[in-house]
Every structure is written in C-alpha cells, then in structure tokens.
Design a protein around this ligand. Sequence first.
Ligand SMILES: Nc1ncnc2c1ncn2[C@@H]1O[C@H](COP(=O)(O)OP(=O)(O)OP(=O)(O)O)[C@@H](O)[C@H]1O
Length: 520
Amino acid sequence: MTNTFDELFSNLEIARNTTNAELSPREIGVITSVATGVAKVSGLPSVGFEELLKFPGDVYGIAFNVDEDDIGVVLLGDYWHLQAGDEVERCGHVVDVPVGNSLIGRIITPLGKSLDGNGVLAATQRLPVERPSPAIMDRAAVSVPLQTGIKVVDALIPVGRGQRELILGDRQTGKTAIALDTILNQRGKDVLCVYCAIGQRASGVAKVIAKLREEGALEYTVVVVTEGNDPPGLAYLAPYAATSIAEYFMEQGRDVLIVYDDLTHHARAYRELSLLLRRPPGREAFPGDIFYIHSRLLERATHLSDELGGGSLTALPIIETEAQDMSAYIPTNLISITDGQIYLSPELFELGVLPAVDVGKSVSRVGGKAQRAAYRSVTVDLKLAYAQFEELETFARFGARLDEQTLAMIEHGRRIRACLMQSEFAPVSMAEQIIVLIALTGALFDPVPLAKMPAAEQAVRQAAANLSDDMLARLASTEKLSHQDKVGLLQLAEQAMKGFLAESEPTIEVPISTDVSEPS
Ligand SMILES: Nc1ncnc2c1ncn2[C@@H]1O[C@H](COP(=O)(O)OP(=O)(O)OP(=O)(O)O)[C@@H](O)[C@H]1O
C-alpha cells in the first residue's frame, strides 16, 4: 500500500515538474436525480449556498438546498440531456451578470446571453445577482418626480424617483401598457430603463420589444427576458439579475426605472421550485419565505444620498390579481412592501375608461412629496371633485331624483374622467397636463358635450405650445405657481376652448373666467 502511494506521489511530482501550468483543485460531484428544473447532487461537501454549479452541456445551476448528504440545485438551462451519474463541478462563486453601458439597447437573458442577434455583450464588469440593499444612512428622501406621461397617474397618483409603485389588476386590464408608456415617456429625458419580462408569452414580449424599438425607446432601455417555457430557475433569477444591471447605473449617479412584468409569474416559479425541492408549503402552497424574496428584491430600489452619487432606482413591479381580489396572498404582500399601488379595474376597462385606473383604490405614499408644486396647486380640488363624483354616480345609477347642484357635480365629474382618459403610447407632457388640469378645475369643459371631450381636451392641450420658456421653467420648478401664472394659464385655456366651441358648437358659450383660488 505504502509503495503504491509513494509511486503515485512521485508520478504527480514528475507531472508537476514537467508542466508549467498551475495546478488548481476541482471539486466534482454527481447528479443523483433530475426533475423538472431541479436536480439533486451529491459529493460536493463544501459547496456554498447559492453557489454556481456547472453541469454537462454548458448548463448551470444554483445550489439552493445545501444539506449534509445532498444538494438541491435549481437548473438554469435546458436540462433534458442530464441524467443521474453525470458529473457536476463547483464554480466557486455565486451567479453574476455582465453590467455596463454596453448593455443599453440590448435584449438579454438573466445570465447575460444576447437574444437580439447582435453578438456577445462587450461588458467588462460583472455583478452578483443577489446584492444587499443600501443601508438607511445611504438613502435620501424621494424628492424628484418620475413623470409617467399618463395624466391620471402624474396628477393623482404621482411617482417619485426611487419609489416602488405596484401596478396591479386582473388579466388584460392594461398593466403592461402603464409600465410601457412610462418607459416611452422617458425619451429625451435623463432616465435609463430596464424592462424585465418574467415568464411571459413570447408573443407578448416580442410586441413590447417591437414597440420600444419603434418609438426609439430601446436606445435607453435594457430588456431582460425569460419566457414562459424557460426553466423556472431562470424566471426566479430574472428580477434579481435585472436589478443588478439597473443598480450599476444607479451607482454611477444615474436615474433608473425598472419594470418587473410580472412578479406573479416570479412567485409561481419560486413556488414550483420550492415544492420540487420539498420545502414545506404554506399559504396557497407558497413557501414561507415568499414575502422575503420579494422584499429583498424591492428594498434594492432607492434614492441614494448625494455622497453616493445621488442616483435612483424606481421600481414598477406588476402583479396580476384574480377576480379583483386585492387581498390574496401575493398582492397583499406586495402592497405592504411597496410605497403605493396603481389599481386597474376590469369594470372601468369594460366601460372603455382607459387607462382603467381606479383612483379610489390607488395610492402613492411618497410620490406626493416629490410631485411638482404646479400640479399640487391644481390637483387638490380635482381629487375632491372626483371622489365626490364617484360617490354620487353610484346613487345616480339607482335612478334617484337629484337636485341641480348634484347633477352639475356629476356632469363635472364625468368631464374629469373624460379628460383623464388617454390612449396608450401617447404620453402627455407636463405643460400640457397642467393646462388641461387648470381648465378642468376652472370648469371650462363643463359646457362641452361628453362625446366631444377628446377633441376639446386636444384643443386645450395644443395651447401649451404657446407657453413662454419662462413659464415652462416655472412649471418645472419646485416653486408653487403664482396666482398670476394660474390666471394666465386659465386665460390661455379659455381662448383655446372658445376657438374649439366656435368651430364645433357655435351655440355654446364658454363660461367667463372663473375665480382661481390661491394655491393651497
Ligand atoms: N390606454 C389604453 N388605450 C387603449 N388600449 C389600451 C390602453 N391600455 C391598454 N390597452 C389595451 O388593452 C389590452 C391589454 O393591455 P395589457 O397587455 O397592457 O394588459 P395586461 O394587464 O398587462 O395584460 P396581461 O394580463 O396579459 O399581462 C391591450 O390590447 C392593450 O392594447
């Protein structure tokens, strides 16, 4: 026996001396079983949690369950060729993604492989997909608005840079449209975007990418894609990888917007993996740490302090509800993690009120502080009038006899709703939004028949083209609008409305300029 060892060592010594190569140890284990998207591996006693493992055929996996005897591995690629007995090698590091400016305009997988046919990514830097979120002391308050270009959102549910605003609603209610419009509205502005498609149908993702390309939005967007038929491991990894890509830009001092479309698919992929790995199921069969996987993801969105460059990461996670149940497990989790929600109602969608945002069930908990002061001075009255209208409209449905004042309030509310309607892919600039809102609060639209509201709103919006550069600067500033400015804007809207009514409804008079109250 001793002789055999001596012989072996001397052979090794000879081999080492005859080659100049550095010898590095490799740890190899074997697959003991493979199931849908997961594998059990044994023989790797020192593997770390979430370490990357290499399987035959260039397939990678993450060590997810690290037990004494075997390891539960989540597979990140096609696993059909894998079988028990195949070799598995440790990589010695956790999963990482390429990051950098060269990713802008690219369409990639969560592992950084190109999907757009434009060749390998030229990134030189990589970041781990799982990173700790910034400490409280490294964060600054949300103070700058993120204009979505969607009137109802910017006016009533404003989003600030560094905020996490959930978009939720039943299927086909326009959730993706809200996120996509927000990305399109960043054209020509200083915000980079990351769109992360998780478990979506390939046709849906292709449509979004085609739209981004058509509108020139791909120039400032990175698209990270996992499709419905990808392994669940990739769907699980996608939002973390996309966040690391976005964080790189944030740490360079840039403002970044990230859309997770959608986290329902992410939660389902995680549930599938957990059940296959025999983790104990909890409510709705989700594992106990389902809240934690989403909170540690969304905690990474923030506005960094000036010392750290002042960059921001705004997150718009999307969640699909079933039968309008906002109190189901995953929606309630996400509502409590995020700083507000935009709820899309299938009833409004059916009525043709698009975007179908239910203002009563939507809220923005920090965005109000970041909203431009020009909005604040006009939206206070608007919110009140709209809330009253929604209540009164319900009564009116029962055929109750209403007095004139109530009827007027309902008619005014209908015009507010009509003004807040907007077709997709048509973002509205801030100046146009403000002039429409001023006209609304000044009751200028009240004499317009409902059918003609879209044209009337368009006419008033066009008046924004006549605003002076000084006025535009004041609208974009953090200062409140002066009384004089408000009167000036109202007069401009009045002229536009007079012109519109003279052309289309010569018999209708525009009400004489209403008193504009001092901003509250
Ligand atoms: N403001 C709008 N104006 C006109 N059409 C709209 C508007 N918003 C959404 N739509 C249309 O509604 C349909 C559903 O929109 P979208 O795909 O964004 O919904 P979703 O809730 O993301 O769907 P899914 O549940 O499949 O993810 C699409 O055909 C879209 O074109």
